[in-house]
Design a protein around this ligand. Structure first.
Ligand code: HAM
Length: 438
């Protein structure tokens, strides 16, 4: 005899999700959908195309693009060592790999692309920081214009505005291979003079990548760094003019920002403009979106020489937390059901079964219960699903050839033909258009 409890005769096990890996449950998915829908609409307004890449790439792609001495590459990548393959820790390197490999820049010399999806970093999990997290990732390849920098930043600003989230914008320029070496030397000299006052991480990093020291969160190091030379004062003429133009562009668009000479970002590919959108509402995880220019990266990854690029990524988990904080009661519900069909008894359920098929084919969202529950229990279910209507079919209704259509908003009921064909559908449409929720 078939048992409903188990198809196999083994002892049960209790397996949980990995640390830092989170289920996004049905109660949360409407919020995610709202974020994605709003973002997609804005990306379309800005004339961006979507690209989707695989999650797994050759490890060398990230080592080259992000940099060997970054935290991401040194400590955080999920790598299958025997295969030299890595789950992507970010989207930029993969996007550029895909653009180069598929010759997209030949078809269109300025590529405006976005991608949405999961990234993987083995960091210490905490609020707003996961090991699998999701990014909305935007890149423009092939334009050096400072207007593009300001335009890109305005995309994030518009999204935050539409979602009702308050953030602040910080801006820096990291210069270029012409001006950065001199700044690097100046910074190195500054660090060397105070060598013993820096933490061991900073001392180690100062020889390989002194700019990284600017990013140190240790209070003593921060204290030392307050007098550090600012890269903004070491920019060459072209970088300085570009940076001024970015700031003028932002001011023209009415986007507020402040300059932060310490912002170096955690990835090595950046040059010139870098920026971060920050919040004070998520504890230590302040960055909600971040990015910048990477004019040498396309060439570094084997693409056409001299192809500039700029982009940014927004952390979706962090945005969702802020959306929940901004409006805890709103946006919790998924779309209500158009109609719930309550079939009572065996014949009623079978009728509900086929009617649901007809209505769904006609575009309605329909709930049905096949567990033989009472009418009262089914009405409760329909309420929980926020159905606009319940259509009741029991033995009496089957005999009369007419079911009872109950409007769940005002509880009015009327009889409707069981064979909900063309005219009856219209009838339902009329109801739904008049009774849509406020
Ligand atoms: P990122 O600063 O490493 O930049 O990450 C961008 C955003 O992703 C962060 O500001 C944060 O909101 C979110 N994020 C990063 N790590 C986590 C985590 N462990 N848990 C939750 N959220 C996280 C990049 O990834 C660059 N690829 C951005 C870019 C695109 N630059 C140019 N184009």
């Amino acid at each position: 005899m078939f048992s409903v409890n188990s198809c196999r005769e083994e002892n049960s096990v209790n397996i949980k999700a990995l640390k830092g890996f989170k289920d996004i449950l049905p109660a949360e998915t409407p919020l995610w959908q709202e974020l994605e829908t709003t973002a997609r609409a804005i990306f379309a307004q800005y004339n961006f195309d979507e690209i989707r890449m695989p999650l797994l790439e050759e490890t060398a792609l990230f080592q080259r693009a992000i940099g060997d001495t970054t935290d991401i590459v040194e400590k955080e990548m999920y790598t299958f060592a025997d295969k030299q393959q890595t789950l992507r820790p970010e989207g930029t390197a993969s996007q550029i790999r895909a653009v180069i490999e598929n010759g997209l820049l030949v078809q269109k010399p300025v590529q405006r692309l976005f991608t949405i999806g999961p990234m993987f970093r083995h960091e210490r999990p905490q609020k707003g920081r996961l090991r699998q997290f999701h990014q909305l990732n935007i890149e423009v390849l092939g334009s050096e214009s400072a207007l593009v920098d300001a335009e890109l930043i305005s995309i994030a600003a518009l999204l935050f505005e539409e979602l009702g989230i308050t953030v602040s914008l910080e801006l820096n320029s990291l210069g270029c291979p012409q001006c950065r070496p001199a700044y690097r030397q100046a910074l190195l000299a500054f660090i060397d003079e105070r060598h013993d006052h820096f933490c061991s991480d900073c001392r180690r990093r100062s020889s390989s990548n002194p700019l990284r020291v600017l990013d140190c969160k240790v209070p003593d190091c921060r204290g030392q760094l307050s007098a550090a030379p600012s890269i903004q004062e070491w920019l060459c003429e072209q970088c300085s003019a570009h940076f001024t133009e970015v700031q003028e562009g932002l001011s023209r668009l009415g986007i507020d920002f402040s300059l932060n000479k310490f912002m170096v970002r955690g990835l090595d590919y950046y040059c010139r403009t870098t920026f971060e959108f920050l919040t004070g509402d998520l504890g230590a995880q302040a960055a909600v979106a971040a990015g910048g220019r990477y004019d040498g990266l396309v060439e570094l990854l084997g693409g056409p020489a001299g192809t500039p690029g700029i982009g940014f990524a927004m952390g979706m988990e962090r945005i969702i937390l802020l959306m929940q904080q901004a409006a805890p009661d709103l946006r919790r519900m998924r779309e209500p059901l158009d109609i719930f069909i309550a079939g009572i008894g065996d014949a009623g359920q079978k009728k509900a079964h086929s009617l649901a098929w007809e209505l769904r084919r006609d575009g309605y969202s329909v709930g049905v219960d096949y567990e033989g529950r009472s009418l009262k229990a089914q009405m409760k279910l329909a309420d929980r699903e926020h159905a606009f209507f319940v259509f009741i079919i029991g033995d009496d209704e089957l005999a009369a050839g007419r079911g009872i259509l109950r409007n769940m908003r005002d509880r009015d009921a009327e009889q409707l033909e069981l064979e909900l064909k063309a005219e009856a559908f219209h009838r339902l449409d009329e109801f739904l258009s008049v009774n849509q929720p406020e």
